[in-house]
Design a protein around this ligand. Structure first.
Ligand code: URA
Length: 237
């Protein structure tokens, strides 16, 4: 529905008055002043007239079991993207909270809430991200200690924050990190002379990949999962 009609429908104003209010800069869509009454409004927009909230946008939070081969991007001319698993009407609303490499599988979270996703991904929040890692060479004995101390990443000229490594087999480990730098897990293993051959994200904070979700399927997050991201306890798990 057009914004001027939307204002008329949700207030006592006529459509003509609504157009004047819009032109005066008294209407905000998603916190931005909107002066064009022809702007289309759907259920994913927050609309305010002065300080009056006329519509709170519908919040979207999903977990996807990402299969290998899909890009964590909204569009790409060459490779299929994870957005292709979602209905066309949902796609423009969603962004990815913590990208995965094309070959990486597992838990991918998509939302339309930018503040919430920043909370989940900002290194300062220290929300753990847990990965199952397959390696080309047996994991070196000193790797756990190196990861706990922090590995130097030359490109950013930073040390990774302390990470926990749990050895599960000669070439299989579980790694918990608290940041999400570009190719971070692969670069950490490279720094200890190894190579990642498979990578699967199992968990972010308290949100675990639902074992009932086959690759390529998604489900909405539960209220408890959504709330867990902004609760201080999510940093500790
Ligand atoms: N670290 C990586 O190297 N790749 C991912 O996809 C996620 C974390």
């Amino acid at each position: 529905m057009r914004l001027d009609r939307f204002i008329a429908k949700h207030t006592e104003h006529s459509q003509q008055t609504a157009r004047r209010l819009i032109a005066c800069g008294r209407v905000r869509v998603d916190a931005q002043v909107m002066r064009d009454g022809r702007q289309e409004i759907d259920r994913f927009a927050t609309v305010q007239l002065d300080e009056q909230l006329l519509q709170q946008r519908e919040a979207l939070f999903f977990m996807l079991h990402k299969p290998a081969g899909y890009l964590s991007a909204t569009c790409d001319p060459v490779h299929p993207t994870v957005l292709e698993f979602f209905a066309p009407a949902l796609r423009p609303q969603l962004h990815i909270a913590g990208r995965l490499d094309r070959s990486t599988t597992g838990l991918l979270i998509l939302t339309n809430d930018g503040l919430w996703s920043r909370h989940l991904t900002e290194p300062g929040q220290r929300i753990p991200k847990v990965y199952l890692v397959g390696t080309a060479e047996p994991v070196a004995e000193q790797a756990a200690q190196r990861f706990a101390q922090g590995v130097h990443l030359a490109r950013e000229a930073v040390d990774t924050s302390p990470a926990q490594l749990q050895q599960l087999g000669p070439c299989l480990a579980r790694l918990t990190i608290h940041e999400g730098r570009h190719h971070q897990v692969k670069r950490m293993f490279h720094a200890v002379g190894n190579r990642v051959t498979s990578l699967h994200r199992e968990r972010m904070g308290r949100i675990e990949l639902d074992p009932r979700l086959p690759p390529g399927q998604y489900r909405p997050l539960t209220a408890a999962e959504i709330a867990s991201v902004t609760s201080p306890a999510s940093r500790l798990v």
